[in-house]
Design a protein around this ligand. Structure first.
Ligand code: SF4
Ligand code: SF4
Length: 472
């Protein structure tokens, strides 16, 4: 029944295979020689199967867990250096016809403020985001064929790319909208989107159907097979994710990796990113009503195990998580974070009045982008506003082969310095700028190739004198 190459959801995410994987993991988790052999395989940085990674996740031996953490840190350094890519979400509309039990945008919620941004409002919101320094957005919208048809989403993307305020520009729009048709994915591709992101929420079919009692999202197969349709429509960078807390985390973890293996087996390219959100408090949502909430320690272990299992896949964490949790998991493998996010429809340009709450969830990290950027630099990270790959046509398998060989580093590092320089010059506070300038001059020395180092220095100097938008 289990077949990673199948295009049928229940065959590439086979429930029986997940249950067998969990039994296998339980059986093997105390066999420390076996655990060591998996860790040794992970050291090769070629990834692990869902079965192997599930054994690591189940292992409770403290010294092995520490080894997994150390390896995750090392792999993170090897593949991503000390860079963290920054982005912000932009909620376009919270009209939704679905009945998801964990999201306040569900159709039956009659007291949440329903909003949909007009193109004029988008101009204002995006201008505010540009004025903070953002270059990369993830747009979000509920599923509603009347209020948020694909034409509306395409118009919004077009508007976002067209706005140029002072030196600002949004250079990459990632899209997080409901599962749709191949034809619509093709339209999104033609509109120039970066990654198409769709969270599975849960891979457990029965729980999925219970948690999505009404609306088109109820259809487990249609939702689970969405990435295949996206790829058929020409989108070759797709982002997976589950909402931890809905089902048993070990089940979700195995499902997530099986989904990644499926994409690799069928399309020759695994997921571009994996997101790891946890259920959070929101308008009429109480996270305590879900039985499968996970502790911060388990959350960190999941992040470390994902890092060693799929070393070349970016990992995203949002402002759902607190500063303390973000600090911990950034070290263990997260490569992209959001900063200064608003999870309401609008709210960047002007804060939303309290009586008009339209937020999807409560944000745990409320700092400004300047504060987040400074915090990252004080911890030794380089905040990066890079969007170069998609603009250079480095997507899909082309991107993955550069990633797997480690060659992408030759682009990521100088691009991080160039885009950080832009940020510091145009948007940073004096204190942040001072720390950042020192960091850039130190990190320039870490570009191994002399020619690349010289070109990067030259770009940085040109930015100082008003030029913008260089890239490797
Ligand atoms: S999770 Fe998405 S589909 Fe479900 S109610 Fe919220 S916005 Fe709608
Ligand atoms: S060079 Fe490519 S992979 Fe590296 S940070 Fe920029 S966009 Fe991402």
């Amino acid at each position: 029944m289990y077949n990673p190459k199948s295009l049928k959801a229940e065959e590439f995410i086979s429930h029986d295979e997940i249950m067998d994987t969990l039994s296998f993991a339980d059986e093997k988790k105390d066999d420390l020689d076996f655990v060591d052999s998996i860790i040794a395989k992970a050291r090769l940085r070629k990834g692990l199967t869902h079965r192997e990674a599930s054994v690591l996740l189940a292992c409770e031996d403290e010294s092995r867990i520490n080894e997994i953490y150390k390896l995750a840190e090392q792999i993170k350094k090897d593949f991503y250096g000390n860079r963290i890519v920054m982005f912000a979400p932009l909620y376009l509309s919270n009209y939704c016809v679905n009945g998801c039990l964990y999201c306040p945008y569900h159709l039956k919620n009659k007291h949440i403020a329903r909003k949909k941004l007009t193109q004029e409002e988008i101009v204002k919101e995006v201008t505010a985001l540009q004025d903070m320094g953002h270059k990369r957005l993830a747009i979000e919208a509920g599923e509603d064929p009347i209020n948020n048809p694909i034409e509306y989403i395409l118009e919004c993307i077009n508007t976002i790319y067209s706005i140029k305020h002072k030196n600002g520009a949004i250079r990459r729009v990632n899209v997080n909208i409901a599962a749709t048709t191949v034809e619509n994915y093709r339209k999104l591709k033609d509109a120039g989107i970066g990654t198409y992101i769709l969270f599975q929420e849960t891979y457990h079919k029965q729980s999925y159907e219970r948690l999505h009692p009404t609306g088109p999202k109820h259809n487990y197969a249609y939702h689970t097979e969405a990435m295949d349709r996206a790829m058929e429509g020409g989108i070759d960078d797709v982002g997976l994710g589950v909402l931890f807390g809905l089902e048993l985390y070990r089940y979700e973890f195995a499902g997530l990796l099986m989904h990644a293996e499926h994409l690799e087996a069928v399309h020759g390219v695994g997921p571009h990113t994996i997101s790891v959100p946890r259920v959070k408090r929101a308008d009429d949502i109480d996270p305590d009503e879900f039985d499968n909430g996970i502790s911060d320690d388990i959350f960190a272990k999941i992040c470390a195990c994902i890092r060693v299992a799929v070393p070349y896949t970016g990992m995203i964490i949002s402002t759902r998580e607190s500063k303390a949790v973000r600090e911990k998991v950034i070290r263990l493998g997260v490569s992209q974070i959001s900063g200064a996010s608003k999870t309401s429809v609008g709210g960047y340009c002007e804060p939303e009045p309290e009586e008009e709450n339209s937020a999807q969830f409560d944000v745990s990290d409320n700092r400004t982008l300047d504060e987040v950027v400074r915090w990252l630099m004080e911890m030794g990270y380089i905040p990066s506003f890079c969007t170069a790959c998609y603009r250079e046509g480095r997507t899909g398998d082309r991107f993955m082969s550069l990633c797997k060989s480690g060659q992408i580093q030759n682009c990521c590092h100088p691009n991080a310095l160039i885009t950080l320089k832009e940020y510091l010059t145009d948007y940073a506070s004096d204190k942040t700028r001072e720390i950042g300038e020192r960091l850039i001059s130190d990190e320039l020395q870490n570009i191994p190739n002399e020619k690349a180092r010289m070109v990067c220095s030259d770009y940085i100097e040109k930015i100082e004198h008003g030029a913008r938008d260089f890239r490797f």
